[in-house]
Design a protein around this ligand. Structure first.
Ligand code: NAD
Length: 411
């Protein structure tokens, strides 16, 4: 069986789906590995590094002809057009938010597997949990980007030239990324508070050194599978208003809130931004084409509000650490592939919870229950919330004298 690595096509994407260490593992399991020339460039992995461990370096067309194509993100339209029926395609396809892509993969006749659909609570699926591995990286980098953007210190500093008080950081959303952001900001010396709608996150946040913020106007909002549910309109407004008071008392806000298959909830409104002190920094890890956690955030861009608040639309943090992110992702996707392959061939068992969880299209049809329109409350178009208010933010404006590092947050 031939498995291939193709160069990612999303703008600014630097990650690659396999690193040489993973090629060794797959070859040991009897798989032939093809790597598109230049696929590893963004992660500083040369064609030679892959060839040395026995991969064949091939053209894109040859890579796309393999039995299984391994990707990080979604295939673009030209890539889907090159797929052939029966071929397996594995990547972070985010199918809940892209029904058009799901349809086109079904029409192409491929067996599409979305690694972000893995049942994450299954113990045997943990090594394949790419959402967690990439969220860990994003949370870590979000705290570093915040510290780099912030014009003051994170730690308490007592020097002959004066004392600097520690930065006050607020992390909104305490999932995998939020916990890593808390831990990293704490290690940099900041005072960290955190908030989530799931009450069980209190002990997790406290265990990594944050003070948990409880809102009096919003009750617990845990949903299925350990995720949050979408809030009602009333809850959302109450949450935004009560959070605004907390936001105004912090120097740095890092938002990580997500509800699977939905537009990310708007947590930091334009009014909340206006109440922040000039020089404050907001990192929106929820920034996406669907809208983010922060009013006026633009995915992949840094903007400064009229009131001097720097808002980073941090949509591509794992890609900004491509070597680490690719190494972890390669372990996740290889673990999945090795689980799916028996005697050198793909052997799917749709009675297995894990296999059924990841396969989204097969035999020309959409097969995942969460994606079939009649059975799919979670696949409802992500329009439950009104779009964030139009920002009055000058794009790409920089605070006086500041050098915003564009490399930190790539488009
Ligand atoms: P996520 O990326 O879906 O969301 C991030 C956080 O945003 C979540 O904690 C969520 O509660 C929070 N959130 C959503 N709406 C919010 C709102 N309106 N206000 C404030 N916060 C809001 O989450 P994730 O990091 O993927 O993790 C989701 C859950 O899955 C967690 O309980 C995590 O511990 C669990 N998980 C379990 C395993 C496992 O069992 N092995 C692995 C990974 C994750």
């Amino acid at each position: 069986m031939k498995v291939s690595v193709v160069k990612e096509t999303a703008p600014g994407e630097r990650r690659v789906s396999l690193v040489p260490e993973a090629v060794v593992k797959l070859r040991a399991a009897g798989l032939e590995v093809l790597v598109q020339s230049g696929a590893g460039d963004g992660a500083w992995l040369t064609d030679d590094a892959y060839a040395e461990v026995g991969a064949s370096i091939v053209s894109r067309a040859d890579a796309l002809a393999a039995d299984a194509v391994l990707m990080v993100g979604r295939p673009d339209a030209a890539t889907v057009a090159a797929f052939r029926p029966g071929q397996a395609v594995i990547g972070l396809l985010s199918p809940l938010t892209d029904p058009d892509l799901v349809r086109s993969l079904a029409e192409a006749g491929v067996v599409a597997m979305s690694i972000d659909m893995i049942p994450r609570t299954l113990p045997r699926a943990q090594p394949m949990d790419a959402l967690s591995s990439q969220a860990n990286i994003a949370g870590y980098k979000a705290a570093l980007v915040a510290a780099a953007e912030f014009g003051r210190f994170f730690p308490l500093l007592i020097t002959a030239a004066g004392t600097a008080r520690p930065a006050k950081v607020l992390v909104l959303g305490i999932g995998v990324a939020g916990l890593q952001a808390i831990g990293t900001a704490r290690r940099l010396g900041a005072l960290v508070s955190a908030y989530d709608v799931r009450p069980e996150t209190r002990t997790e946040a406290e265990s990594v050194g944050a003070t948990f913020i409880e809102l009096s106007t919003v009750g617990p909002a845990g949903g299925e599978g350990g995720y949050a549910r979408a809030l009602t309109d009333d809850e959302r407004l109450a949450q935004q208003q009560e959070l605004a008071g907390h936001i105004a008392r912090h120097d740095v806000i890092i938002t990580t809130a997500q509800v699977p298959g939905r537009r990310p909830p708007l947590l930091v409104t334009e009014d909340a931004l206006k109440a922040m002190t000039a020089g404050s920094v907001v990192i929106d890890m929820g920034a996406s084409a669907l809208g983010g956690n922060v009013a006026g955030s633009v995915p992949g861009q840094t903007v400064v509000s009229e009131h001097g608040v720097t808002i980073v639309g941090a949509s591509a943090l794992p890609s900004s650490m491509a070597p680490a992110a690719s190494a972890m992702y390669a372990r996740n996707i290889s673990a999945l592939l090795l689980h799916l392959v028996k005697d050198g061939q793909l052997a799917l068992d749709l009675n297995d919870e894990l296999d059924a969880g990841v396969v989204i299209t097969s035999g020309g049809a959409v097969v995942h229950p969460a994606l079939r329109p009649s059975e799919a409350p979670a696949a409802e178009p992500p329009a439950a919330e009104p779009p964030p208010a139009e920002p009055s933010l000058p794009s790409r404006q920089q605070p006086p004298g500041a050098q915003l590092d564009e490399r930190a947050v790539r488009e």
